[in-house]
Write a protein that binds this ligand. Sequence first.
Ligand SMILES: [Zn+2]
Length: 407
Amino acid sequence: MGDTLLIRAGLLNPVDANRWTFHREGGLLLEGARIVDAGPLARFREHPASRVLDLDGVLVPGFVDVHIHWVQHHVRGRFQSDLMEWLREHIWPEEAGFEADDFARRHARAFFTDTVRAGTTQGMAYSSPHLSALRLAGEAARGDWLLGNAIMEKAAPEPLRRASPDNVDQVAPLLAELGTERYAITPRFALNCSAGLMRDLGDLARRENAFVQTHLSESVNEIREIRAAFPEAEDYTDVYDRAGLLGPRSVLGHCIHLSEREHDTLARRRAWIAHCPSSNEALGSGRMNLAAVRRHGTRYALASDVGAGPSHSMLHVMQRFLAQHRQAGETVTPQEALYRATLAGAECLGRGDRAGDLTPGKRADFVVLPAPDAGVAAEDWFEELLAGEARDLETRPLQTWIGGAPA
Ligand SMILES: [Zn+2]
């Protein structure tokens, strides 16, 4: 074994939606960027690590945000109105500014500085339609990110339509250049694309085994417009299904107002839901039907949906996840919140074998959180940690490590 580092700290590690493991005094053994062992500290007494580092806190896996618009970060939480009005009056005019490289570069750097500070080490993000802004974000990225330029060939302001790809031949070379690990095919939502273009994008996604991100069933007004635009489809979900856009590498933001038939379709296609509770609260879009998602066994992970979501902090998203579903009488636990913001997110992004928890063989991406007082149970400590205003939660992590080094 080469140069190793033993970190002595608390360890909180998600196992699945119901369980975690907690060691008040734990050890995490790293070799370079990888975890080689993790567990109670006693296990490492005899271990000849090259170096030892004490961190005063509890390590949890780096957070994963599976649906965030990096180009809306600087206006996050600023506007509150119905989804369609919010997009058309505020957000789309704002995104047009990303045509300018200086503006895009500055905002990309600020975005990744802030997300790393808040403990996010992986994610999937929407860029504006502009190619140059997408490339600048790729250069500025810190952590492990999938990015896609929003495809908006119609029903959008002219500057965005002009910047957007309007056929698959403009998307395929980009996917080939950036690769399926970095580039996600991103039809913004069904109103912005023709059925023909979506079908071509669906074919491309299947052929190349590429990730797809889009929005599905966020607001009642949106659904009404979709029904009028696609009278041939059974429902909103069917618009994407007909296009071949639903598969195990499809990540669908929101999925709030789905019928049984639509839930069934998503589960059969093994698609992922990006569940965005803080965004849904902020825009008054409604609450995802968690009971239906569980009944159908549909896979889901948590996401901030900045800038409708008021904060990029995944601690804040976990707080709103627990609060929103508890208000509705659902049983949700801190164990599930942590799992949905870490390992489930990594699985959603096809990286469950490489990241998402603190187990041997995985990349050493983790967040150092303030330690509990003596005698406080892990559940109580974690819930306490999630309490507070979004702005405080954004800086609550003490440190973020990516690939075995402080970021
Ligand atoms: Zn979104």
